[in-house]
Write a protein that binds this ligand. Structure first.
Ligand code: GCB
Length: 599
């Protein structure tokens, strides 16, 4: 789904700001048609933001079920004759949306965009009332899965993943206009002619355009402009391959982007619609145990992250985004994983534009009874008709389609991760994942595809790793295993990595880390201290440096983050190298020395 943008033929209007908001604890709003009038008993709620931490008290923090958001917007007079679209960049986890009294769309999946053509409900110059009922419930039918337990005090939400179930309108909401004949979709696949490491190599941009609306057979022109706005190549037709001699490649640390300007023309050659697709030219390849970008071995240094901040939870804001990228740069990281869900599109735009490499992950997390048990939830059999079933699998397939569709054109995205830490040693888990890998491979012909393996499923029993192009694993020797004992941890880790190396594929350690209380120092090197975290990471790094097949290290986590309540978390997960308000722990300085090669 294309992003809204302002071009010579398109305009957009942000609906961010204060919306009217009301929690629907009793779940009566739909039946009582709360969308049909100004929301009664409402409070102000900022958009974008999670609603959970805006008010003091437990009620909204732990709310389960619908909340209602409402705003009014005046449709610009100048949009007469245009196609008008209402787009939510996300709503966590399900939303139904009304314009006035008309339901215009509903969507499940809390981290991907959705939109509806509302032209017929929107008279130019008129005021529209937009209402969204947003439901945060996670069940066995959703991605990620969860369990809603009915108690005499109302419903309680349980889930099997280790981050707080923040909800609401986390990202921007847009009203935008396109001409009646418009660019409906653009796909670009970059490449190079011959050896990408050669001097003055020729880049290729294969493009495919869908024209939608009034005259879908209208002619198309595609122009590729370099960063100075000079034309580098041009083509006509809805698909083609543009060639760029002496291409400026997109590279880690050098996010060089071309603009692919796609124009739909009328019979006289006048432009009906134009859309600008940012395009980076680079190649990605797995060769033996090497992960190659533009033919050069690339070693991932960075983090599993979270969209998580004080007060606004998972709400996007540019201040924190730019600051987080500045910290990644300061510490010498070149990459991150969107653990454990698709991040805001602005975040990926920034990665594209600054040459930061991304492992892009679906929201399929929490499909593991052993992990669930650590976090306090008992599940008998994860992959079964009563739990993660065919219905879940359909939702998972949809999550894969929507993620790939949203991020397919991004040069920063070099690996798709289909899930985090599912059970993967049973026949049932294989049956569940095989069709999902097939689907992913139908959709993606160029990027490597994988999933992130859990500590309970070693190399000799994991049934899903053989399906993956690359080995991605999370390990916690010295924390959940060999607890507090880094000498044993070093041995266990090395032994295990040597087993994984036998796959002959690149290995990325996608998580390793220790909970650390900022400011806690200990001369005996005890767990939870800043000393232990730094020593823990050093231990892992010594091992990584001895294993040829290692292709990357992503520390868990970039920053401390909020989780559900439980006896293994104190005000959230403290494995951050930065605190939740982004102050460095000792490990941040140690990582910086390693990653920036400082002595
Ligand atoms: C994991 C999970 C991650 C948790 C982390 C932890 O394996 O993938 O979501 O937060 O461990 O700290 O336990």
């Amino acid at each position: 789904m294309l992003r809204p943008q302002d071009t010579a033929t398109r305009e957009r209007k942000s609906l961010d700001g204060l919306w009217r908001f009301r929690a629907d604890g009793e779940g009566v709003g739909r039946q009582q048609r709360w969308f049909a009038a100004p929301l009664a008993d409402a409070i102000d709620m900022p958009v974008p933001a999670s609603y959970n931490d805006i008010l003091p008290g437990r009620e909204l923090h732990h709310h389960v079920g619908d909340v209602w958001y409402q705003t009014t917007v005046r449709m610009p007079r100048g949009w007469a004759g245009q196609r008008v679209v209402l787009r939510f960049d996300s709503a966590t986890h399900h939303a139904t949306v009304w314009v006035g009294e008309t339901e215009v769309m509903s969507h499940s999946g809390g981290y991907t965009p959705f939109e509806a053509d509302i032209t017929e409900h929107a008279a130019p110059g008129a005021e529209l009332r937009i209402t969204a009922a947003v439901d945060n419930r996670l069940t066995w039918e959703t991605i990620p899965p969860g369990i809603v337990v009915d108690t005499e005090h109302g419903p309680k939400q349980k889930y099997m993943h280790d981050f707080f179930n923040y909800a609401g309108l986390h990202r921007q909401v847009w009203l935008y206009a396109t001409p009646p004949t418009y660019v409906g979709d653009v796909t670009v696949v970059p490449g190079v002619d011959g050896d990408p490491t050669a001097e003055g190599v020729t880049g290729t941009v294969a493009y495919e355009v869908t024209v939608s609306g009034a005259t879908p057979d209208a002619p198309v022109r595609a122009r590729l402009l370099d960063a100075l706005g000079d034309e580098a190549a041009q083509g006509t037709g809805t698909s083609g391959v543009l060639r760029v001699p002496e291409v400026h490649l997109w590279q880690p640390g050098d996010g060089y982007l071309y603009d692919l300007v796609v124009e739909v023309l009328d019979d006289d050659g006048a432009v009906l619609d134009s859309y600008v697709q940012k395009t980076g030219v680079r190649t990605v390849e797995v060769r033996g145990t090497d992960f190659l970008i533009n033919g050069w071995p690339f070693y991932f240094r960075g983090f599993g992250m979270h969209e998580d901040h004080v007060t606004r939870g998972k709400g996007h804001d540019d201040v924190s985004m730019v600051h987080d990228f500045a910290l990644l740069d300061w510490i010498g990281a070149n990459s991150f994983r969107t653990s454990h869900y698709p991040y805001a599109e602005e975040f990926l735009d920034y990665a594209d534009a600054h040459g930061v490499v991304v492992i892009d992950e679906t929201a399929a997390v929490g499909m593991n009874s052993s992990v669930a048990a650590v976090l306090g939830t008992r599940i008998d059999k994860v992959f079964s008709p009563e739990a993660v079933s065919e219905v879940t699998q359909r939702a998972h397939a949809q999550a894969i389609r929507e993620l790939f569709d949203r991020d397919k054109n991004r040069p920063s995205v070099v690996i798709w991760s289909l899930a985090n830490e599912p059970e993967s040693h049973t026949e049932e888990s294989l049956q569940y994942f095989e069709p999902l890998f097939e689907l992913a491979r139908e959709l993606e012909k160029n990027r490597p595809i994988g999933f992130v393996n859990v500590m309970y499923s070693k190399a000799d029993v994991c049934k899903i790793s053989p399906l993956a192009d690359i080995i991605m694993i999370n390990r916690y020797f010295g924390w959940y295993a060999d607890t507090g004992d880094l000498v044993s941890a070093e041995e266990s880790l090395e032994a295990e990595l040597r087993q994984w190396a036998e796959y002959g594929k690149p290995i990325i350690m996608c998580e390793y880390g220790a909970d650390t209380i900022a400011g806690l120092h200990d001369l005996t090197g005890s767990m939870w201290s800043e000393e232990y975290q730094a020593e823990f990471l050093d231990t892992y790094h010594r091992v990584f440096d001895r294993i040829e097949a290692m292709a990357g290290e992503h520390v868990w986590n970039f920053a401390d983050f909020q989780t559900s309540l439980g006896i293994v978390r104190v005000d959230g997960n403290k494995k951050g190298v930065f605190t939740r308000d982004r102050r460095p722990k000792a490990a941040a300085h140690a990582l910086r020395r390693r990653w920036r090669g400082l002595t």
